[in-house]
Every structure is written in structure tokens, then in C-alpha cells.
Design a protein around this ligand. Structure first.
Ligand code: KE4
Length: 458
């Protein structure tokens, strides 16, 4: 046993540090027990890779076992050990109206009684399409799919077909789902797991994906100069949520629009996370920029598997069956997911929805910054609408390389300290956080008070 422990310590001494962090903090908050989650994770890991159906959920980057959720309501989630948490993951964005919203549930239950999916068109899809186009005026047409990955893969296929070019530009640390051509220097779980260039992606595929640093307009211009007639599209998270929260510097997005126009490439805003999260019209409305194509997801499905891509009519008309670019999906636009999305958009479009959400989210990050400042901890934070992020460094954070300079050990201690006090943050230093309409001012004040308590101990 002793030899085993010595070997373990020799091979990864930081494990001891992490173990001590967790044990020390658990001692401080002894009441938190997660034995049922631990057993559930062991059981899941026998039959599901890594015990989870999406890597970032595995808590790998915070060196611990994930909590298994039993239920959620409003701003709260409960794990299977009965621990209650104020939830700032919100299923990574969709739960913007709060978990298990009564009106959403009623609408979903009612429509499901008429059948869950038909594989045939319904008027509900047309209704949601008009709703999305109403809020995102850059979109003349939209196609519904079942995930953000599917939306981003499809939109690039259309862009390549329309321009008859092969290369695409993406930004280091941005994540656009796990499509082969996009798993190059990707953010989110890929960055968290340290595999931004996944095995299994053929070199030929990756070679058509050009990556540049976020906020570096000069590097983008140089890439266009290097391949003046080969770049089909540039895809970007117009506010990054997958390297932590990173905002475009003034003029950056406008510069991308001008470069795409100059070189005949299509500008694609991946607003899967930011669409209907930072505001009704997404980042494109905030900045008054008209991308050629947009990807949406998360909020527009209200938590059900629904995403979308769309944009200029002349481009989208290329999509089968109106055009030759094939894209299909058994469950695309199914009535249950569409109804969940319709009811969610109806709620988020109510007057004051985003002004209240924005105020609460700003209250949170101002409180976190104040707590860090009072405790003398290098820290920076930012938010837009109901989306926020923070880094354990003084910043500024303008790109993924900057983000990686953060103190991840501090983040881990903070994460566990907050989790053990009943606050569920994203289990990764390279993710954004999300506030919902169900988060009260009391929730925010409590979170800030607990954060101050944890930061005292950092
Ligand atoms: P999905 O395939 O996970 O529905 O969407 C992919 C995607 C595309 N574009 C952006 C900007 C995204 O943020 C995402 C997915 N976001 C992550 C969270 N950072 C989903 C969480 C997960 O991978 O489990």
C-alpha cells in the first residue's frame, strides 16, 4: 500500500495538492456528502466513456468526480445525494427562463400528447422560423437541426458550396461543436481536456482549417492575403464563451466584416451560445453587424435538442431540397422541441426580460470582483446579458493565450469551495457561466457572500 501511495505521489505530485485542497475544503464544509454521485459515476463509467455523455461534465479539469443531478427547478439543481445548488451552468445556456418552467412544461406536455415526432412538416416549425427571423434580421431563411454541432457543420458545407472554396478561418479557443473540420485549436471541453486538436481528424480535413488568435485583425488580414481566393468563410463566436468569456475589442468584428467583403468570403457568427442569451438579437444586434450566416442553438430549443443555421436567402437556397447541398435529420424541427423553443422565446421576448437578467448578471460579477479585490486576489470578470465569465488573473484577456495565463489552481479551489457551499459553477476555467430569469437578487447576494468566504481561504 505504501509503495502504491509513493508511486502515485512520485508520478503526479499535484494530485496530492488537489487532494489536500478538496479534503481541507470538505472538512470546512463537512456537511456536504456526495457518496451516491460517486457510486453513480463508478457505475456509469463501466458503460459510458468517461461516465458522461459530454466530456466537460466529467469534472476532469477540476480533478474530481461529477455530481449526478436528480432534479432542477428555477435557479436550483439538486444532486442525487440531496444537496441543493444555485445553478450557474443552466445546461450550458438553454435554461435561461429557469429550470422546469411551468409554462414551458405545460406547452411541452400538451403538444407531446398529439405525438412526439412525425418526420413530416408541421406548422409549428414555420412559426418558430418566423419567430427566429423576426429577432435575427440578418437571417432571411433558417434550417432547424438537433445540435449546435450540426448547425456549424452544415453552415460550413453550405458556405463552401456557395463560394466553391475549401478553406475556413476559425479562432483559437473558439468552439463550434465537434465537427471534424472544427476540432482544430478548439475551446470548451476540447481545451479543458487539453485536446484542442482531436485524434481521428484526418490531416487533409484539418489542413483546410486555418486558425488565428482572437482579436488579432492583422493576423486575419495576413491569412486572407496568403489565400486570397481560397477562403470560403470565417466562423467566429462574436463573444467567446468557450475559452471563458472573451469580448471582441472595438472594431474587431467590423474589421472581419470588411475583410470578408474584400476577399469574397462569408462571415459566419456562431451565436449558438450568445443568440437569445446576450439579448434578443444576439451579438450581431449589439454591434450592428450583419453576418452572412448565423448558427443558433441552446436557448432556441429551451433545453430540448434544437439548433439552427440560416442567413442570406441566396446562400440558404443552396440547401437541399431547394438546392444541391445535402443536409438532413430525422428529428429536425420535431414538434416537441419546437414547442419548447417557441414558449421559451415567447418568455424571453417579454418586456424587461433582458434588462432584469443583465442587471442581475452584472450584480454577480461586480460582487465577485469586489470580493477578489478585498481579498487581494488577481481576478477579472465580464458579462453580457445573462452570460458571464471570470479568470483568476488581472487581465486583460483578449484571446485564448491570455486566458491560459490564468491561475487554474486557484480556479479549482474556488470551484470546490463554492460547490461545497451550494453553488454550482461551470467545472472548467475555460467556460462561461449563465444566469437565468429565475435567479433572484437574494440568490446573487448569497452567491457573492459565499464567494467572499471562499476567496478568504484562497
Ligand atoms: P452542441 O453540439 O453542444 O449543441 O453545440 C456546440 C456548440 C457550438 N457553438 C458554440 C458557441 C457552443 O458553445 C457550442 C456548445 N457549447 C458547449 C459549452 N461550452 C456545450 C457543452 C458541452 O460540450 O457539453
Amino acid at each position: 500500500m505504501r509503495l502504491l501511495l509513493e508511486t502515485w505521489l512520485e508520478t503526479c505530485p499535484e494530485n496530492l495538492e488537489n487532494w489536500v485542497i478538496q479534503q481541507k475544503d470538505v472538512k470546512m464544509t463537512q456537511q456536504v456528502q456526495r457518496s451516491k454521485s460517486k457510486l453513480a459515476f463508478e457505475e456509469a463509467s463501466k458503460v459510458i466513456p468517461g461516465g458522461v455523455n459530454s466530456p466537460v461534465r466529467a469534472f476532469r479539469s477540476v480533478d474530481g468526480d461529477p455530481v449526478f443531478i436528480s432534479r432542477a427547478k428555477g435557479s436550483r439543481v439538486w444532486d442525487i445525494d440531496g444537496n441543493e445548488y444555485i445553478d450557474y451552468v443552466g445546461s450550458w445556456g438553454p435554461a435561461i427562463v429557469g429550470h422546469a418552467h411551468d409554462e414551458v412544461l405545460s406547452a411541452v406536455f400538451a403538444v407531446a400528447r398529439n405525438g412526439i415526432t412525425f418526420g413530416a412538416p408541421t406548422e409549428l416549425e414555420t412559426k418558430l422560423a418566423y419567430s427566429v427571423l423576426n429577432y435575427v434580421p440578418s437571417m432571411d431563411m433558417v434550417r432547424f437541426v438537433s445540435s449546435g454541432t450540426e448547425a456549424c457543420m452544415s453552415v460550413l458545407r453550405v458556405a463552401r458550396a456557395f463560394t466553391q472554396r475549401s478553406k475556413i478561418i476559425k479562432f483559437e479557443g473558439c468552439y463550434h461543436g465537434h465537427g471534424d473540420m472544427l476540432l482544430v485549436k478548439a475551446g470548451s471541453g476540447a481545451a479543458t481536456m487539453g485536446v484542442p486538436d482531436s485524434p481521428g481528424v484526418p490531416s487533409g480535413t484539418a489542413s483546410d482549417t486555418l486558425t488565428v488568435a482572437y482579436n488579432d485583425l492583422g493576423a486575419v488580414a495576413a491569412m486572407f492575403e496568403m489565400y486570397p481566393n481560397e477562403i470560403a468563410a470565417l466562423i467566429i463566436e462574436p463573444i467567446v464563451g468557450n475559452s471563458g468569456f472573451i469580448r471582441p475589442v472595438p472594431g474587431f468584428l467590423e474589421g472581419l466584416r470588411a475583410l470578408c467583403d474584400q476577399f469574397g468570403a462569408l462571415l459566419i457568427f456562431d451565436e449558438v451560445m450568445t443568440g437569445f442569451r446576450v439579448g434578443l438579437g444576439g451579438v450581431q444586434k449589439l454591434h450592428g453587424i450583419k453576418p452572412d450566416l448565423t448558427c443558433l442553438g441552446k436557448v432556441i430549443g429551451g433545453g430540448m435538442p434544437l439548433a439552427a443555421y440560416g442567413g442570406r436567402r441566396d446562400v440558404m437556397s443552396k440547401v437541399a431540397p431547394s438546392g444541391p447541398v445535402y443536409q438532413a435529420g430525422t428529428l429536425s424541427g420535431n414538434p416537441v422541441a419546437v414547442t419548447c423553443g417557441l414558449k421559451t422565446l415567447e418568455i424571453v421576448s417579454q418586456p424587461q426580460f433582458f434588462s432584469i437578467l443583465t442587471t442581475r448578471t452584472k450584480m454577480l460579477i461586480d460582487g465577485l470582483k469586489d470580493s477578489a479585490q478585498k481579498n487581494g486576489i488577481p481576478f477579472c470578470a465580464d458579462s453580457e446579458g445573462g452570460m458571464f465569465g471570470f479568470f483568476f488573473q488581472n487581465g486583460p484577456v483578449k484571446n485564448f493565450a491570455d486566458a491560459k495565463k490564468s491561475d487554474v489552481t486557484q480556479f479549482k479551489k474556488f470551484f470546490w469551495g463554492m460547490l461545497n457551499r451550494g453553488v454550482y459553477l461551470a467545472p472548467s476555467a475555460f467556460e462561461a457561466g449563465f444566469v437565468s430569469a429565475a435567479h433572484t437578487e437574494q440568490d446573487i447576494a448569497k452567491t457573492i457572500s459565499l464567494a467572499f468566504d471562499v476567496m478568504k481561504g484562497l
